[in-house]
Design a protein around this ligand. Sequence first.
Ligand code: GDP
Length: 425
Amino acid sequence: MSNCAIVGINWGDEGKGRMVDLLTEHYDVVVRYQGGGNAGHTVINEHGTFALHLLPSGIFRNGVVNILGNGVALDPENLWTEIQSVMDQGVSITPENLKISDRASLLLPWHRDLDELEENRLRNKKFGSTKQGIAPFYSDKYQKKTILAGELFYPDEFKKHLLDLMEWKNLTLTNVYHAPAYTMNMLDQWIIEFCDKIKPFICDTGAFLKDAQREGKNILFEAQLGSLRDLDYGIFPYTTSSNTIAAYAPIGSGLPSANISDVVGVVKAYSTCVGEGPFVCELFGDEAEALRKAGFEYGAKTGRPRRVGPIDLVATRYGVEVQAATEIALTKLDVLSYMERIPVCTQYLLGGEPTDRFPFPAALDHAKPIIEYMPGWNCDISSIRNWNDLPTEAKDYVTFIEKAIDCPISYVSVGPERDSIIIRK
Ligand code: GDP
């Protein structure tokens, strides 16, 4: 049996979905352990192109059981819409290959409203939320003001619980934000349209995972976003509201006894960042536009142009540490093929001194990138499948990163398709 977590090392959008889609070949179970529908994993395979938000990326493999663990923000409306859209593209989704933890908390309709109302209140001080209700959801979860998915099996208690929460939340909606109140009629509609639809998928996934562990099955833990967005270890307050790091996988998946032997950290060959917050190595102007276009860096959920920059070795080294990554998948190397010379952020300048250490979040605004340049390879590498066939400059770029972050790069991805990969082990 082997357990593996696939996690983002940087700000998210590193290409985790494409790595999970590739590696599920070796796994029996894929579990999402945190986050909600606020980001997207793009997967391209024989079924087509998919932007997954909540569904685990193992959903395309026959025989793989996909689980949404207790740590996710379970939005019945988003999930049901996503299930239907993926099924419309010919993928079978049944209670056999998708199981939802009965201990996952439900993201309630007002969470999305509150996200939007608060971002509007903040105006130009906003955080760049995707307005999917994630922050209000997690704060309510920790206040014990959400409902567990399994409560749907106890309809009378469920309704009463929901009514209590609605009365409580209406106080904030109407008195603080002067927004309309919810009524039970509105919530009845939400139950019928979405909750009842996902109910057949809800079960005791903790028991399922424990059995799978006992039977020696291989389990893959799939993260959303990256180290720098982790609530405790990221660039707070520009983080997400959950723990994105691999150490949280046993808790958020429903298998607290999981021993994760392999942590595959996904690193993009350059940097991107969505939303607000410090981004030390950010490029601007034509240089940024060229990289954004080459990498098609527009958000999978929002379509927003992503902020771009050279690979940031200071942030990446920190990301590798907090993820306790055992190996690295370096993605999108092909995107850099157009560059004559490739910028690399090797250190930060902070208080006039160069530093290798990722600073405390509030100090990031004062950090400046120290940039070195490496020679480009200036040819198309997207059809290369063997390490030795890569141009020397490309190999040098990869090994330079590997040395700087002190973690073996086992996979080099040269295209979005499942087989556009160079395996180095
Ligand atoms: P995730 O959230 O970490 O799964 O990342 P996203 O799906 O948001 O972003 C990764 C994007 O890059 C997707 O559009 C992928 O199809 C694409 N992608 C992944 N790996 C590669 C690669 O090696 N080369 C290229 N050109 N695109 C890639």
